[in-house]
Design a protein around this ligand. Structure first.
Ligand code: ZN
Ligand code: ZN
Length: 589
């Protein structure tokens, strides 16, 4: 009995528009998706010369009989869709029935398959013409080999990139398909070297480790939730590991890798201020959505999807990502890398190569010694010293630790039984101020102060235009400005938080408006909060006293994210006791 059936020509045309085998990746995709549809548990992929010389996919699935194999080479054959109606409810992976025929037309292609694991059948095509077929011995499952891809279409072949970049695009796809199938074992060989393997362990942590490495696996967070019409599973890598592009934010919808611009952005929003500016997180999102609510683009080579109620889903997603991150501990633990280790070891007074540079920097461990580059405290912007309110133990994110001293007037040292902590005082104060100012900016009733003598500000024509256009926005955040000349304004009222440098803040806001053209109020608040918090926070190289340090620690502990400054840099770093003992060779690593 044949599993594969012929599709109606009408349907075939619908999905075949523009259908071409573009590059080795499209061949791999087709063959791997077929293997998955055949209910296999293991897939082996052999590539030679980036797939241009050979792509071989071996699965241990249900296999095909001789009829199925012959039918597979026919144009418009598919086992997956019979009618248009099915197309819109498609819940399996591929639906490009004619793909095998297309691949066979530009290569030498052989399919060997067996349903019982003893006798099988093979069929070979060259340039789309049958070469031979017949009974053959075979393991259960299917082996498809595609060699000399595009040998008969030199124009297409010339268009191929280097073997390396073809391989890279194949691997990008295989990473994603592996992440979509934690239960399948993938093994990939390139030019006879194994380059990728997953265990099919069903564990998301393991899978992250297989794709991104051990460090990422150690830093994997999992979070699930159920909403109206869908189930979501978030597998998030902690923000201390990040990438320079958005490509490692992976969306798996109903078991297939898809793309959705808004979903990607929701994840980025959830991570905002946890990763440095211009960097992006690693995350895999699994959504189970009623297929009727997902609009899969019918063009087979596109993976972009639309989801009904997308806005709601995206809003919720950003909140859930944030929640998951907020529940986790993000203190970066610095392990001693070999070069640093060596440098430390050099610090021996008997050693000729005593490092001058390190030695010349004063290390101040006692509270009362004057600090490096000390400046009067009066120059610093205030840190909230007003009695730190004790917070509930559960609300604390940072462990208990006691202050020991500071180095370079910038890094505060703390300790507890686990190890030693270094806090960047500017980054920490910036985080505290950021959350405070952000909160303030969200308050529609800003505490403001009227200026007895209005401050006059002059703007350029461009600036004045932006001010005029956005007077209501200024008012919303507590600034009342009156136009007194074409480009002159009188500042009548300012929010309390801006009282120390309101002019500079107003100019900052305007330049931000000019830079960003459109003004999204949320983005605007975030940017102002970032900017002001940086200005308002104690700088590096400024000495702060014990009370201020305690207040800073206490206030940082109250933050929803105490681990990074609003620009995504770490506020605190841990050096474990274990690592320190390793450095001194008290214990062996
Ligand atoms: Zn800063
Ligand atoms: Zn910062």
């Amino acid at each position: 009995m044949g599993i594969i059936q012929r599709m109606s020509p009408h349907l075939a045309n619908m999905i075949a528009a523009g259908e071409v085998v573009e590059r080795p990746m499209s061949v791999v995709k087709e063959l791997v998706e077929n293997a998955i549809d055949a209910k296999c548990s293991s897939i082996k992929i052999y590539l030679e010369n980036g797939g241009l010389d050979l792509i071989k996919v071996i699965d241990d699935g249900v296999g095909m009989d001789s009829d199925d194999i012959c039918m597979a080479f026919m144009p418009h054959a598919t086992s997956k869709i019979k009618t248009e109606y099915d197309l819109f409810r498609i819940n399996t992976l591929g639906f490009r029935g004619e793909a095998i025929a297309s691949i066979a037309s530009v290569s030498l292609m052989q399919i060997i398959s067996s349903q019982n694991g003893t006798s099988g059948y093979q069929c070979t095509y060259k340039s789309g013409v049958k070469e031979n077929e017949g009974v053959i011995q075979s393991n259960k499952g299917t082996t498809v080999s595609v060699s000399n891809l595009f040998f008969n279409t030199p124009a297409r072949l010339k268009y191929m990139k280097s073997a390396k970049s073809e391989l890279a695009s194949v691997m990008f796809y295989l990473d994603r398909i592996a992440m979509a199938h934690p239960n399948l074992r993938f093994t990939v060989y390139s030019d006879n070297k194994m380059i990728f393997q997953t265990s099919g362990s069903k564990s998301y942590k393991t899978l992250i480790g297989e794709v991104y490495g051990v460090e990422a696996a150690k830093n994997t967070l999992e979070h699930s939730y159920v909403a109206d019409g869908y189930k979501a599973k978030l597998v998030l890598v902690k923000p201390s590991i990040y990438r320079s592009n958005k490509l490692e934010i992976t969306l798996i919808c109903n078991g297939r890798f898809v793309k959705n611009f808004n979903v990607t952005n929701a994840v980025i929003e959830g991570y905002s201020t946890y990763v440095p500016i211009g960097k992006y997180p690693i995350a895999v999102l699994y959504f189970d959505i009623d297929p009727l609510l997902v609009d899969v683009n019918v063009h087979p080579s596109k993976t972009e999807i639309k989801i009904s109620d997308e806005e709601l889903l995206v809003e919720r997603l950003a909140i859930e990502v944030r929640k998951c991150l907020e529940d986790a501990n993000h203190i970066i633990q610095r392990e001693i890398e070999k070069p640093i280790f060596d440098k430390f070891q050099k610090l021996s007074i008997f050693d000729e190569s005593f490092d001058e540079e390190i030695a010349s920097k004063p290390i101040i461990l006692e509270e009362n010694k004057p600090s490096y580059n000390e400046r009067p405290l009066a120059l610093n912007k205030p840190i909230d010293v007003d009695e730190p309110k004790p917070i509930a133990k559960e609300a604390r994110k940072l462990p208990y630790m006691e202050y020991v001293g500071s180095v370079f007037g910038t890094y505060l040292i703390f300790q507890n039984d686990d190890g030693m902590y270094l806090m960047d005082q500017h980054a920490a104060a910036e985080r505290v101020n950021y959350e405070k100012i952000y909160e303030l900016l969200n308050n529609p009733n800003q505490p403001t102060t009227s200026l007895l003598v209005p401050v006059m500000l002059s703007f350029t024509k461009q600036e004045a235009l932006y001010v005029e256009e956005n007077l209501s926005k200024f008012l919303e955040i507590g600034f009342a400005l009156d136009q007194v000349g074409t480009s002159d304004y009188a500042v009548r009222e300012i929010p309390l938080w801006a009282k120390d440098n309101s002019d500079a803040i107003i100019y900052d806001i305007i330049s931000m408006m000019i830079q960003n053209k459109k003004i999204d109020i949320m983005y605007f608040r975030d940017s102002i909060a970032k900017q002001i918090s940086c200005k308002a926070s104690i700088k590096a190289n400024h000495r702060i006293n014990n009370d201020e340090i305690q207040a800073l620690l206490e206030n940082l502990n109250k933050c929803s994210n105490p681990y990074t400054c609003p620009h995504g840099r770490p506020t605190i770093i841990k050096l474990s006791l274990n690592d320190i003992e390793k450095m001194f060779e008290r214990i062996q690593s």
